[in-house]
Design a protein around this ligand. Structure first.
Ligand SMILES: *Cc1c(COP(=O)(O)O)cnc(C)c1O
Length: 384
């Protein structure tokens, strides 16, 4: 182990000086803050952060510094984490299924915004949640779903009421004296703004069916990160589509808009530095990290092809790309990345493969399965 620093220039400097044998998550606070400011300035409403995508305290702190004032919390742990780090921030408990004790915990912690997608869970809320606290009114947002559109991963098979049921729940919420709002989640890594457009149109229909004006409409997460070379997410187009569609379909009764991105905020602020353990018989590449570590998501939503290969001296290998199968370090045969990835022909044991945009659903899902996954963290000025 060589020189140690608190803040490195970039991933290449870490590689040159430390030659890490275990995976390193390189975090660029500046990138996170710049990105968060783009959301806060560009989204036509309140930006909240879905904590589950990356609950590192440095992430929460940098988001607060950049002006994020609300959080989507989905468990007692996340409720308490944000309560401690950001006592004055809004916390929306948008996990629509909760045990009784979890509801009681959240009430005691001062939660005033809930989502729901079933009658049984709504009855649990009615029984345990007061309609107002000393900090103000309590909001319940039925969550509805549509058939999947343009998302890399389908959330609708687990959560979301049909529009008909959502209308019934919304009417019931209003009748009981809670603040009626609506929410949806279009899926994750949605690159097409149309995903939001269709949901917002149906949200207006649900309000009509229920005869209720929604006070707020939460358009979920699902905002894309930069996973694929040459395909930059077009955030302004998505924000514009959301704002225009809502104004068109709701007119005078436009609800306040809220979004709750996870991946879109945090993913591109991290790069995962992995090391080549072996190039087996000159073909398959084995890395020191895989689907039980920082790359858990890749088999579910597809490869990150924004990768770089560096020598231990930190110099890029770019020439002569060849498709290779990439395996992770464990003895489990599912521990491989989907398909094949283009890697330089000269790649060899001891080289480093950097996966850019790896900050979401990675540090938090890393496991020590099979004795691997000794991931460390480093802070960098820049990811390039
Ligand atoms: C996971 C989740 C999000 C964040 O999803 P991303 O695709 O990471 O933006 C937002 N809202 C809810 C309710 C979620 O469960």
């Amino acid at each position: 182990m060589g020189q140690s620093k608190t803040v490195w220039d970039n991933p290449a400097e870490i590689i040159r000086h430390q030659k890490p044998d275990h995976p390193v998550m390189a975090f660029a606070p500046q990138v996170l803050q710049d990105n968060a400011r783009r959301y806060v300035a560009g989204f036509p409403g309140l930006v909240t952060y879905a904590v589950k995508s990356n609950p590192e305290e440095v992430v929460i702190q940098n988001l607060l510094a950049a002006g994020v004032r609300g959080f989507d919390v989905a468990s007692p742990f996340e409720i308490d984490l944000i309560g401690r780090l950001a006592p004055s921030a809004a916390r929306h408990y948008h996990n629509p299924v909760r045990a009784g004790w979890e509801i009681d915990h959240a009430v005691a912690a001062g939660i005033r915004a809930w989502s729901v997608d079933s009658r049984s869970e709504l009855d649990k809320l009615f029984a345990r949640v007061p309609t107002a606290t000393d900090r103000g009114a309590v909001e319940i947002s039925p969550r509805f779903k549509l058939p999947v559109l343009g998302a890399a991963y389908d959330f609708g098979s687990k959560f979301g009421a049909t529009p008909d049921l959502a209308a019934e729940l919304l009417a019931e919420v209003a009748k009981r004296g809670y603040t009626p709002s609506l929410t949806f989640h279009p899926g994750t890594q949605c690159t097409d703004p149309v995903a939001w457009e269709s949901y917002i149109r149906v949200a207006a229909e649900i309000c009509d069916m229920a005869g209720v004006r929604a006070v707020r409409l939460n358009v979920g997460g699902g905002f894309p990160s930069h996973r694929v070379m040459g395909v930059e997410p077009d955030l302004p187009a998505i924000f514009a589509k959301i704002g225009e569609t809502a104004a068109e379909v709701f007119g005078e009764s436009l609800p306040e808009l809220v979004c709750e991105p996870g991946r879109g905020l945090c993913a591109d602020a991290y790069a995962l530095i992995t090391r080549v353990k072996s190039v087996r018989d000159g073909s398959n590449v084995f890395l020191n990290d895989g689907v039980y570590g920082g790359l858990t998501e890749l088999p579910i939503i597809g490869n990150i092809d924004r990768i770089q290969v560096l020598t231990p001296q930190g110099l890029p290998r770019e020439e002569d790309l060849h498709p290779r199968v990439i395996f992770g370090p464990t003895c489990d045969s599912v521990d491989r990345l989907p398909g094949e990835m283009a890697l330089p022909a000269a790649i060899e044991e001891g080289d480093y493969v950097i996966f850019h945009g790896a900050g979401a659903y990675s540090t938090v899902t890393n496991t020590r399965f099979n004795g691997f996954g000794a991931m460390t963290h480093a802070t960098v000025m820049s990811l390039a």
